[in-house]
Design a protein around this ligand. Structure first.
Ligand SMILES: [Zn+2]
Length: 256
């Protein structure tokens, strides 16, 4: 993977957004492999296809690309709010590649957020465009990646360093089981993943997770068995190789 953009392709263009689009799309096409099956290269969809930008011809995963000049931030600007919510709730959203690049046109971060991590909770509605705007009243959205569980941020390049392809594939495929879950059960697992993420140590106890009971109760007001739910999710995360049980209510995060 070469982290430099092919800037020759920008010759003849003056619009910065157009140049960025050409260079970033070309970079993905020339350099990225499929994070699910490792195949290379990814294929581009014909222009203006509304759903995604790239797909893998081997495993059929689809990818949308968003890019940004500068450092990685918590919010990513995306398109229309209503379209995004509709795609998420009907499970039609693609996986989401996010790329950041430096002033000298080289990649500093390239990550994928697998589609199963998209929930309405991470989509933030923006203010409608003002009456004087060309598309007055249009409502866009931001994706809040600070609200995505860590397992849902799979880096291929982090701080200008390549991550081993095997690690990327394992990380990507580890959470595919979430796709087969109902919205409710997926919500529970993601919530517990986020609780575990916010425990800032590699080993923790069941009591550390029970501390989130009150917070979870606010979200799941009709559920009187929050502790049971917590244990069930931890067990699933153990079964899927995301956590390790080390006995007597002690757990360990598995890092790749
Ligand atoms: Zn693939």
């Amino acid at each position: 993977m070469n982290l430099e953009f092919n800037t020759k392709l920008a010759d003849g263009y003056s619009s910065n957004s157009q140049i960025a689009r050409i260079l970033t799309e070309d970079w993905v096409k020339q350099n990225s492999y499929c994070p699910s099956c490792g195949c290379l290269p990814l294929n581009e969809f014909a222009n203006n296809r509304p759903v995604a930008d790239f797909y893998c011809s081997t495993c059929s995963e689809e990818f949308e690309l968003k890019s940004k000049n500068g450092t990685l931030t918590n919010t990513i600007t995306d398109g229309a709010y209503s379209t995004m919510i509709e795609r998420i709730t009907s499970n039609q959203n693609p996986n989401f590649f996010f790329l950041t690049y430096t002033k000298t046109w080289s990649v500093n971060n390239f990550l994928i957020i697998p589609k199963q991590f998209f929930t309405p909770e991470i989509i933030i509605k923006r203010k409608p465009l003002s009456d004087t705007a060309r598309r007055a009243g249009w409502v866009g959205c931001n994706i809040d990646i600070s609200n995505v569980a860590e397992a849902g941020k799979v880096f291929l390049v982090k701080d200008s360093k390549l991550i081993d392809r095997k690690i990327v594939e394992t990380s990507f495929n580890k959470t595919l089981f979430l796709r087969g879950k109902s919205t409710d059960s997926k919500g529970w697992i993601l919530d517990i993943m986020k609780c575990v993420d916010s425990i800032h140590k590699d080993s923790f106890t069941l009591d550390d997770v029970y501390k989130y009971e009150k917070k979870l109760k606010l979200k799941y007001q009709n559920n009187n068995f929050i502790k049971d739910k917590i244990r069930q999710q931890l067990q699933q995360l153990r079964d899927k190789g995301i956590l390790e049980f080390v006995g007597r209510g002690n757990y360990k995060k598995i890092s790749l």
